[in-house]
Design a protein around this ligand. Structure first.
Ligand SMILES: [Zn+2]
Length: 270
């Protein structure tokens, strides 16, 4: 594994990566850092094409040391489809769409859950908890079940029924709150405080490793374009972690020397 440490993008404080971490003491989320010069020596972009068609093909850039902790349902390596008719209609030449709907549990959230759960398992977590508006809860409940880990999912009553059903089907402890996602977040904080360390807070931007799973969208887009970056990436976003992940991947690839200095324009659509 090439993961070296976590650091805070706001204040620069560094944290050990072999212990469970949530936020920096300044309140910012933490980022996983790798020994990129060593990665560049260990693997070249051409090698990835010989590996299985899932996100674990980028294992040198992922935070799991022991392959036995990898928790997978075959997520990643979704198709990047040319869409010429729609491109012509809206006046964009070479428009492409990356179809994340084909991933287990139906959304890119599975990328974050696969890597986040794998790393949590490696660090000894037995139960995770998170507030969610829907599909992140489905993904984390499903991957926790796959890892043999407990999951406590707290959702607003207004969240989609299908996501509730998916959490229950996966065996999660589902709690509903009459309120918003922020109320669900407060309930999770109470449950974690009451658990005396038995529950790990896996909420969005509260643990550093789901971002590592989501960043693989960036690696895939570039690999699928023959290690070229596109001009623009337009990203439909809720919390924004997917786009932050793609941004992180692009910067890593630039530092690895796998892409040039010119990076794509990133557009968040909400
Ligand atoms: Zn900080």
């Amino acid at each position: 594994m090439y993961l070296t440490h976590l650091d805070c993008p706001r204040c620069g404080l560094e944290y050990a990566a072999d212990k469970l971490q949530n936020l920096c003491e300044c309140g910012s989320p933490l980022l996983a850092r790798y020994d990129l010069p060593a990665v560049a020596k260990a693997v070249t972009p051409e090698r990835f094409g010989l590996r299985p068609a899932d996100l674990w093909r980028y294992r040198e850039l992922l935070p799991v040391a022991d392959p036995r902790h990898v928790t997978t349902l075959g997520e990643g390596w979704t198709p990047l489809l040319r869409t010429p008719s729609y491109g012509a209609e809206i006046g964009i030449a070479d428009l492409m769409v990356k179809d994340e709907g084909l991933i287990p549990t139906g959304s890119f959230k599975a990328r974050g859950a696969a890597v986040g759960v794998s790393r949590a398992r490696e660090l000894g977590v037995e139960r995770i908890a998170m507030p969610t508006n829907g599909n992140a809860g489905s993904a984390w409940a499903t991957y926790a079940a796959r890892a043999g880990m407990g999951a406590t999912i707290v959702m607003p009553l207004a969240a989609p029924t299908i996501c509730r059903r998916e959490c229950v089907a996966a065996g999660a402890d589902l709690r509903l709150v009459d309120g918003l996602i922020s109320d669900a977040g407060r309930r999770v904080a109470e449950l974690i405080a009451e658990s005396d360390g038995a529950i790990f807070d896996a909420g969005t931007l509260r643990e550093p490793y789901r971002l590592e799973g989501k960043k693989t969208m960036g690696y895939e887009i570039v690999e699928q374009l023959g290690w070229q970056v596109p001009d623009v990436i337009i990203y439909p976003t809720g919390g924004g972690v997917g786009l932050i992940g793609i941004h992180k991947a692009l910067h890593e690839m630039r530092e690895l020397g796998w892409v040039g200095d010119k990076l794509p324009r990133l557009v968040a659509v909400q």
